[in-house]
Design a protein around this ligand. Structure first.
Ligand SMILES: C[S@@+](CC[C@H](N)C(=O)[O-])C[C@H]1O[C@@H](n2cnc3c(N)ncnc32)[C@H](O)[C@@H]1O
Length: 496
């Protein structure tokens, strides 16, 4: 999934020769999205963080789920699933100290690769070759849903939300609110990716096994299963370990929890520890009747939270913008630059996440200097300098090179900023409104955050441009090293 995130991130700066590298927008044409059913009528937000597209299941469905959990041997003694502002959540049945185990879910209830293999899907998924784990678990979810009451997981499937506020479920009209953002590009890229996986499994598995999928499975169904996994799987359980853990997945996120300690473990239980369970602990002390929360991911930006879970946080460290820098194949020094980048652990393309209020990522300026290197500075690219060049690039190389970086970045920021349909001021005014629906709030928070980061980047390079005359460049450093420049900056002549 990490790779996915980087598929489509404008703006993209390409190196080149002669004039400074130009900005190429890799923004795709406006996406043609399937019109998805609208979310259940969004209620007023209980808090800035509360998602509202999640319609609560009926009391009967919730009761049935609780009965199912205990009949299947899940240990849920200290918490109960309940309706909360975020949809469903886990509420403490008694006072719980920090670190207390609140749920233990036996492996037989997990939806994972083993469950796929053990099901009637096992043979078809196995023979379909390299199905990605999320694809086969998505198919399992859809297969089990198709079995209705006969499925082991029926009571669990009945309480899953039909959609969240994740941008993958937004209508075309709603997506207009994030016009110009990186979030829109990423959302479009993710949906295209899911669509292409769906096209494959539809042809190879769904249509070829009508006994397993007697009804129609649409792209929207597949997207729903993808969204379920994306929003409910504990981050460390992705990839081959991907597992959807019923009941434990009802835990909601609270941004106030900042501990990096894991709140769950997989352990053996019962006779000789033979029964594997997923054990969830509360990361905070909780009073009886209060909701138990965890921190989903401290490192996710608001755009990632919006895409994965359908909420954002009012926290500037979640405001981020990813700059994509790339050595252009048309750069006359392409081979040399690529070689230097690779020797220093980087590649043809580099991604730099710039966070609001934080300094620029390390290596960004160095990589930019490499990208903009040309003209009379090109001697640094010669093989002779290969082992030292990165060190040289860590400091200003020449006025031309530094100026080129400043201009290229400022132009990129300006052009990215021009693509948004509102200004920061307009967005901040909109955020004051009481009647915002959850998706509008998410859209505004993401776009205002991206714009603030772009302005921050622009200001850094604007300021730097004013200081170009005060910087010390390669030639000056070199002359100093050779003893040709005195401490007061004068050139020392042999004659004097
Ligand atoms: C792992 S599930 C948690 C259970 C979920 N609330 C439910 O009703 O099934 C994650 C989803 O819960 C909601 N959620 C969790 N924490 C939230 C928060 N702090 N604010 C808003 N929505 C939240 C989002 O819809 C998210 O996609």
């Amino acid at each position: 999934m990490a790779a996915l995130h980087h598929l489509v991130l404008p703006p993209r700066l390409l190196s080149g020769h002669g004039p400074p590298p130009v900005l190429r927008f890799s923004r795709r044409p406006r996406p043609l999205l399937h019109l998805l059913p609208r979310a259940a009528a969004a209620a007023t937000r209980a808090s800035a963080a509360a998602a509202t597209a999640v319609s609560a299941p009926s009391d009967a469905a919730l009761q049935n789920f609780r009965r199912w959990l205990s009949s299947q041997g899940a240990d849920t003694g200290s918490v109960a699933p309940a309706v909360v502002p975020e949809g469903l959540g886990l509420v403490a049945a008694r006072d719980l100290p920090r670190g207390e185990v609140v749920a233990e879910v036996p492996k037989k209830l997990w939806l994972d690769a083993d469950a796929v293999a053990a099901s009637d899907l096992g043979r078809v998924c196995g023979s379909a070759g390299d199905l990605r784990p999320w694809v086969s678990v998505s198919l399992l979810i859809l297969r089990e849903a198709a079995r209705g009451g006969d499925s082991l997981w029926a009571p669990y499937l009945a309480i899953l939300p039909r959609q969240t506020d994740s941008t993958i479920f937004w209508s075309e009209e709603e997506l207009l609110e994030i016009q110009g953002t990186q979030l829109l590009s990423t959302t479009t890229g993710v949906k295209e990716y899911v669509q292409s996986e769906f096209d494959n499994v539809e042809a190879e598995i769904i249509n070829a096994n009508k006994d397993l999928f007697p009804g129609t499975i649409t792209f929207d169904d597949f997207l729903w299963a993808f969204g379920v996994l994306r929003s409910r799987v504990f981050p460390e359980l992705r990839g081959d370990k991907l597992a959807l853990i019923p009941f434990a997945d009802l835990i909601n996120h609270n941004g106030d929890i900042t501990s990096k300690e894991s709140c769950w473990e997989i352990k053996g239980k019962g006779f000789l520890g033979r029964d594997t369970v997923f054990s969830l602990r509360t990361p905070m002390e909780v009073k009886s009747g209060e909701q138990i929360y965890v921190q989903y991911d401290l490192d996710k930006s608001n755009a990632e939270l919006a895409l994965d879970y359908g909420f954002t946080e009012e926290n500037s460290s979640r405001d981020s913008y990813t700059l994509t820098l790339e050595i252009s194949e048309s750069d006359p020094f392409y081979e040399d630059k690529l070689d230097i980048a690779e020797l220093n652990g980087m590649g043809e393309t580099a991604y730099f996440d710039v966070v609001l209020g934080e300094s620029l990522p390390s290596q960004m300026i160095t990589y930019l200097r490499l990208l903009c290197l040309g003209g009379t500075d090109a001697f640094l690219l010669e093989a002779l300098f290969r082992n030292k060049v990165w060190e040289h690039l860590e400091l200003p190389v020449s006025r031309d090179n530094e100026e080129s970086i400043c201009q290229v970045i400022q132009n990129a920021c300006k052009s990215a900023l021009a693509a948004y349909h509102t200004t920061i001021e307009e967005d901040e005014e909109l955020l004051e409104r009481e009647d915002l629906q959850s998706r509008q709030q998410i859209a505004i928070e993401v776009r205002v955050g991206e714009k603030k980061v772009l302005e921050q980047i622009n200001d850094i390079f604007k300021e730097r441009e004013q200081e170009l005359d005060d910087l010390e460049y390669y030639q000056e450093r070199r002359l100093k090293d050779l003893g040709f420049i005195g401490d007061n900056g004068d050139i020392i002549f042999w004659e004097s």
